[in-house]
Design a protein. Structure first.
Length: 109
């Protein structure tokens, strides 16, 4: 029988510190890679949201223009005012409405 105890060599302090530094470096590299992926994903989401918002604003602008033209024609048919007067009335109303909205929004900030 062999009574010699098996002595396992323990790593030196320098080896332990080197391992910790390597692990920290690997962790930092992985964190940077994950951050890049998250930023890329957020930019993709922001791009999609901006595109959707732009399309929605465009459709609303066309709809508002068509409704304004309809209002001019309804006013012209229902009254004896000429078209130029109807355009002036509807345009003035929209300018006043826009001014009120701007005034109210300015008060919110």
């Amino acid at each position: 029988m062999n009574n010699e105890s098996q002595h396992t060599a323990e790593p030196s302090l320098a080896a332990l510190l080197g391992g910790i530094v390597n692990d920290a470096k690997d962790l930092l590299v992985q964190e940077v890679a994950l951050t890049k992926l998250e930023v890329r994903d957020e930019l993709r989401k922001a791009k999609t949201a901006a595109l959707t918002l732009g399309i929605g604003i465009g459709v609303a602008a066309v709809g508002g223009t068509l409704l304004s033209l309809m209002l001019v024609h309804v006013l012209a048919v229902c009254t004896e005012i000429p078209f130029w007067g109807c355009y002036g009335i509807v345009g003035s109303g929209l300018v006043v409405l826009g001014g009120v909205v701007l005034f109210l929004l300015r008060g919110c900030t």
